[in-house]
Unconditional design. Sequence first.
Length: 231
Amino acid sequence: MNIKNKAFTLAEVLITLGIIGVVAAITIPIVAAKVDHTQKISLLKKAHSAINQAVKLASDDYGDFDSWDTSLSTMDYLSKYIAPYMKITLYCTTYKKCNYTSSTPWSRYNKANDYTGFNVFSRIPFFSVDGILYSISLSGGSTSADPNVQYDSNYIGKNSIFIDVNGSSPPNRFGNDVFLLVRNSDGSVMPLGYNLSDDIINKDCRKESKCLYCAEKLRRNGWKSTSDYPW
């Protein structure tokens, strides 16, 4: 009995490869975006922990945060109270030195650049060894216990810590790769908006808004994204 060998025709192979290509083109970007988002959240959590640990260690050596010498120059302040407790690789004395294209590099969803972390409010941003950029005001620390306080740009400038988890790489957008933390009067650091209601946090952390409280939205969800997260 003759048994004919069955094989795919060239046309069938090409059709199969075409289908695989279409599926890959659809799924790979989705998977890559999900992995990228997860990595950014992990770096944000790491940055939050690192800066709190640095403040704690510096307080052990130099006393409570409110007694730190704010008459020092910005560089001397960072060198004394921050650098010994974090692995700093580069100080951004200008935005160009750290490969940013502007002194106002960070934008909201509508691409409005409202805030800057470079060389204002006594800031010299710096990179840690893991590629995270920190921009910390030399002085400041919230003394407000009012849970209804919503922050204006002056408050943000004096009390906040900007975290850019991937440095000058795009998109440089709040809630995506740029996040805001706030330093309290005891030196402890929390995501900006930590004392606000869920309703205020959710209203802010969406594509149509400023996304200044997105770090707090992530923290409240155990440093994990949510189904309604803007990115």
